[in-house]
Design a protein around this ligand. Structure first.
Ligand code: BGC
Length: 730
């Protein structure tokens, strides 16, 4: 929740006062049957409603100083229903990594970025299912999840852990899989923060400068795929400005792109206190102010009565909200409040972590041999009791309560440092009869002494991140303790003392690793969720073979970022430019390709305990203008000695005149037993919602398949590819 805005304490006014001047209350026909379309059912209700009732649905029902209150069901937002029309209450709650707000204890899933790192839409669906069922079990019928911001533009963004990485196709599809699964539980899902909300620093006044084509092919494409592939019915507009206009009153974003070009039939709600006007916001596409009624209460009613906002526009706003509720089953399938499935959902959380953790380095020390290892030093990051989680509105209150809370609550209840109750130490000890000892890592010398007397040292390093902040650097920077713990120095000291040093990282996004060459193995565990300790131990000992692939580039240095220094606001109120013309549509790996920069770890990279070979790739192209397609067929073999999964990735180089080196266009995650081989085919259609063969042509306002030579690549990371072939589009 956005709790930084200090505002005069007005009394709560729900704008319910005033005489009814509703339209259509004399309608004779009865309500359409449940089999009627959401639009027909919404139309009927709009026709029955008074203007006061309509106004009631277009703003949140929270008090102006809402952060001091708990809303019904612990929700983060709430709109009272209209009993005479059987319109149910709306209960909104966050849920990017599990149920958020003060709703109640819930399964803390691994970060969304881990879900993206699985590159597995079925796993992503299970992830969404946990969020959807647990929300529904708490009686919450609207989810504020679906964060698809392209934090690859700014990997220091404190919310990177909520997002799905730097590639619009991967991010869009993973998000859509989450959202569809949430909707399957009759919860109205949402996608956010629309759009270009890729840094937290000055997020309410950041004024992103970007051209139409660059936007369409990057941040907006992630949203377009997410919206299209899931049929999601609510979009949250963001705090920032785009090209000098606040996003929640931005006609280009809301009316031209979202409701026009994408024909989005649902509604746009503001981020919490991101509404800036009444008439402007209403006519430029905002349908619902959250969480209260500064602009869309009495002011909107007056604007409608005076004709500044046509009543037809108010009807459209209400229609969109109601049709979304019908489409997601909120009328026909009200939630049943019941206990969450603690055990089943914890198992999914663990599976997600096991599929999403990424092995970045391994000289052969992993997997550990439980029977042979003699002694293990486990060091740092409270690995004796807990794993770290990300903060802000996505924060989950983990089942069983936090193992530990650190940091100054600011304000109380928000942005605390929550450690989820899952002990890597215990899970490691349970695997082996070796002696396992713990050192808290606060004193590098003592940690190194323990490491020196152990056969293996496992150092847990952690980087807390949260909504409301960006990271000061991409090094493991301690933003929790005073004085800070120098984790880079800790790893170096341990590595100098023990040649078998393994680093396990608990963090939300890309990091730089100055000690990389001195350690034997590195596992990217992200924020691993409440069964993280068990999942990490399973990977370290080889009960699970890692198969995650990076959904974001890890740069070699912050100097390689498009904006080495984060743009910062001059004050609290003045819009300040954030220049996206620097990277344009070349976000993430496309940036590194365009600049010829070698990343520390490339997008799509991840190791396994087995080896794979990709052979005999064949390209078949069907060139036919905007309905062109192509297929890549190949043989994938597990050439190692244990079962494992590989993600075969297809990239496409569009004709060079487009200015983009290559883009991900398809992938397949395949699990194979030792020695097994399989024929695989990846099909790419120009008509797909990801527009894989097209660039956005601003002049004709359309996606075009350009003429020229297309080059098709196949491999297992964006930097380990072979050319399969080329085809021409005349
Ligand atoms: C965040 C949103 C969140 C909302 C409600 C805002 O501060 O930006 O992502 O959904 O609060 O909690």
């Amino acid at each position: 929740m956005h709790k930084f805005i200090v505002r005069a304490a007005f009394a709560l006014a729900l704008s319910m006062a005033g005489a009814s001047c509703g339209s259509g209350s004399s309608t004779q026909k009865g309500p359409p049957p449940p089999t009627a379309s959401p639009d027909e059912r919404a139309d009927y209700l709009v026709g029955q409603m008074t203007i006061d009732e309509k106004i009631q649905l277009v703003h949140g029902g929270a008090a102006l100083d809402w952060w001091n209150y708990t809303l019904p069901r612990g929700a983060g937002g709430w709109i009272p229903g209209i009993p005479r029309l059987n319109i149910p209450d709306l209960y909104f709650a966050d849920g990017s990594v599990g149920v958020g707000n003060a709703v109640g204890p819930a399964t803390a899933l691994p970060s969304s970025i881990a879900s993206a790192a699985s590159w597995d839409l079925n796993e992503a669906a299970k992830y969404g299912q946990v969020i959807g069922t647990e929300l529904s079990d708490y009686g919450i019928n609207v989810n504020l999840g679906g964060n698809v911001n392209m934090t690859g533009r700014e990997p220091r963004d404190g919310r990177t852990f909520e997002t799905k990485g730097e590639d619009p196709i991967l991010a869009g599809r993973i998000t859509a899989a989450h959202l569809k699964a949430i909707q399957a539980q009759y919860v109205l899902a949402g996608i956010k923060h629309f759009a270009f909300n890729d840094q937290e620093t000055g997020r309410a006044t950041a004024n992103v400068q970007i051209d139409d084509r660059s936007g369409r092919e990057s941040d907006l494409l992630g949203f377009e795929i997410g919206v299209n592939d899931s049929g999601v019915q609510s979009v949250m507009c963001s705090y920032n400005l785009t090209n000098d206009v606040y996003d929640c009153e931005n006609a280009y974003l809301l009316n031209t792109v979202l409701k026009g070009d994408w024909a989005f039939p649902g509604f746009v709600m503001s981020d919490w206190d991101a509404t800036h006007s009444t008439v402007n916001a209403a006519v430029n596409g905002l349908d619902q102010e959250q969480p209260e009624n500064i602009y869309f209460g009495t002011s909107l009613e007056q604007a409608v009565e005076s004709g500044q906002v046509p009543e037809s526009r108010l009807d459209d706003m209400v229609h969109r909200i109601l049709r979304a509720m019908f489409a997601n089953g909120l009328f026909d399938h009200p939630a049943t409040i019941q206990p969450i499935d603690v055990t089943g959902d914890a198992a999914i959380a663990q599976e997600m972590e096991e599929q999403g953790a990424v092995l970045l380095k391994n000289t052969g020390v992993l997997p550990l041999n439980a029977a042979q290892v003699e002694s293990i030093a486990v060091i740092g990051s409270h690995a004796d009791i807990a794993v770290l989680s990300g903060g802000g509105s996505a924060q989950v209150d983990p089942v069983g309560g936090p193992a530990l809370i650190e940091g100054k609550p600011n304000p109380p209840g928000w942005s605390q440092v929550i450690w989820d109750p899952s002990s890597p130490l215990n899970a490691i000890q349970a695997k082996t009869s070796a002696s396992v000892q713990y050192n808290d890592g606060t004193d590098a010398t003592k940690a190194a002494t323990l490491a020196a007397s152990s056969s293996v040292a496992i150092v847990f390093v952690s980087q807390w991140a949260s909504e409301g902040m960006d990271l000061p650097s991409l090094n493991f920077t301690d933003v929790i303790h005073t004085p800070p713990i120098d984790q880079d120095a800790l790893v170096s000291a341990v590595a100098a003392a023990n040649p078998n040093t393994i680093v396990v990282m608990e963090n939300g996004g890309p990091q730089v690793l100055p000690w990389l060459s001195s350690v034997s193995a590195v596992l990217e565990a992200w924020y691993p969720g409440q069964n993280g300790g068990q999942a990490i131990a399973n990977i370290l000992f080889g009960d699970v073979n890692p198969s995650g692939k990076l959904p974001m580039t890890f740069p070699a240095s912050m100097n390689d970022l498009p904006r080495p220094v984060i743009a910062t606001p001059p004050d609290q109120t003045t819009p300040f430019p954030v220049d996206y013309t620097i990277d344009g549509f070349n976000v993430g790996y496309k940036w590194y390709d365009s600049k010829g920069l070698t990343p520390l770890f490339p997008f799509g990279f991840g190791l396994s305990y087995t080896t794979f070979s990709i052979s005999n790739p064949q390209l078949t192209a069907n060139v036919s203008g905007s309905s062109s397609s192509f297929q890549v067929s190949f043989n994938l073999q597990n050439t190692g000695t244990r079962t494992g999964a590989e993600v075969a990735q297809v990239y496409l180089g569009l004709p060079p005149a487009t200015g983009e080196a290559k883009r991900l266009v398809g992938w397949q995650k395949v699990s194979l037993t030792a020695g097994q081989q399989q024929s695989e085919t990846i099909q790419v259609n120009a008509t797909d919602s990801s527009h894989p063969l097209s660039y956005w042509d601003t002049n004709s306002h359309a996606w075009l398949v350009p003429s020229g030579t297309y080059t098709v690549y196949l491999g297992n990371s964006s930097r380990n590819l072979t050319t399969v072939g080329t085809f021409q589009v005349p």
